[in-house]
Design a binder for this molecule. Structure first.
Ligand code: NI
Length: 383
């Protein structure tokens, strides 16, 4: 079989990416994308395992008795109308690949092609996970794990093409890298009445202001100052007009943190403060947490391994130990179960100027060869 160069693989990936970009699908609905991936894998004679679509899981057997590593790409697009005038602009109004998952999918397909060509030279067993529904809850990663996808996996690796990191760099952390995402809804049940007679009411709006004030003390007084955390109240809903004190107030918002301990501290204190403050004012406070993705924490041993691969195959100057970001990523579910590492492929610069999820977000396809090469080198070096 003809051995393809990295450039051949990357050119194919660019073509695939542009096709996927023109045909984006929302989280959990990626059935055409599923078919596209399956067709490509079948043409390469790669075994497809039986997991619930639209995710696609493939398997390439390595040397007998070797470990299994999983490589993961996410495949979903976002409910955004793309702006701009690229020749490969989304053909679906209101849906677009504005996070770069089209690139991740195309890059992992290129790796699949490389694996199908090199075949027996590869030592570990390789599982390729093309994962649906990264952008939503319930998460596609969580669904696959519940189906047992990680049972035979020894380590897992994933990339994100990253606008926030300079082109030419490959970045990672040796611990927390991305934040948890949990939302909350709080109802404060007071007792309404006339705006001119507050003494006959229990004013939930006034109580809500106290509750909101108190939340920021969790970040400043309860979290270790070197731990990061965010509590944002994104919406307050209460009352109808000038002179009526309402019965209830509702607060909704989001919580971000980088460790499970910080998540726990924030949630416990929010609960205590809401209930305690409401009780002190004679009201009742009810807090519901809508749990989302956990914090993404790289396994230090596996991220050291990735660091050594980057330094050896790309050069020390390419490696960037990045600051954690407070955005979330459901790759964290895999890392709760198995050791592994998530890696940013830097592409920030002239060709990728807009942040992820912006309607003019675009990938710098020139970084595809490095992304493909990184996966290949991981496969080659993993013991
Ligand atoms: Ni993403």
């Amino acid at each position: 079989m003809k051995i393809k160069t990295l450039n051949d693989l990357a050119n194919r990936a660019v073509k695939d990416r542009r096709f996927l970009h023109q045909h984006p699908e929302l989280s959990g609905e990626e059935y055409e994308t599923n078919q596209f991936i399956r067709n490509r894998l079948e043409a390469l004679n790669i075994e497809i395992l039986d997991y619930q679509p639209p995710s696609v899981v493939a398997f390439i057997r390595g040397t007998e008795g070797m470990k299994t590593i999983a490589l993961r790409a996410d495949i979903d697009a976002l409910p955004i109308t793309e702006e701009g005038d690229t020749p490969y602009i989304s053909k679906k109004p209101g849906v677009a690949h504005m996070c770069g998952h089209d690139g991740h999918t195309a890059i992992l397909l290129a790796v699949a092609e490389w694996l199908s060509i090199t075949g027996n030279e590869v030592e570990p067993n390789i599982m390729l996970i093309f994962q649906s529904a990264e952008e939503i809850t319930p998460s596609g990663a969580d669904l696959l794990i519940k189906q047992g996808v990680l049972e035979t996996v020894d380590a897992i690796f994933g990339i994100h093409l990253w606008q926030g990191l300079e082109k030419g760099k490959i970045g990672l952390t040796h611990g927390p890298m991305m934040a948890s995402i949990d939302d909350f809804e709080i109802i404060i049940q007071g007792y309404g009445g006339h705006g001119s007679m507050p003494h006959e009411t229990i004013d939930p709006i006034y109580i809500a202001t106290n509750v909101i004030q108190s939340f920021q003390s969790i970040i400043s007084r309860n979290l270790n100052p070197i731990d990061a955390g965010v509590i944002t109240v994104g919406k307050i809903e209460a009352g109808t007009t000038y002179n009526i004190i309402p019965d209830t107030a509702k607060l909704i918002g989001t919580i971000r943190a980088l460790t499970p301990q910080a998540v726990h501290t924030i949630q416990t204190k929010m609960l205590n403060l809401t209930e305690g403050i409401c009780q002190a004012f004679g009201a009742k406070g009810k807090v519901d947490f809508i749990l989302g993705t956990p914090p993404l924490i790289n396994d230090p041993k596996q991220s050291q391994f990735i660091e050594s691969v980057i330094c050896k195959e790309f050069g020390h100057e390419v490696l960037e130990i990045v600051d954690p970001v407070m955005g979330g990523e459901d790759f964290s579910y895999y890392l709760q179960e198995k050791p592994g590492s998530f890696i940013f492929i830097g592409m920030g610069g002239e060709k990728s100027q807009y942040p992820h999820h912006h309607p003019r977000f675009d990938l710098d396809e020139e970084v595809f060869p490095d992304a493909i090469k990184l996966f290949i080198e991981i496969v080659k070096h993993y013991k």
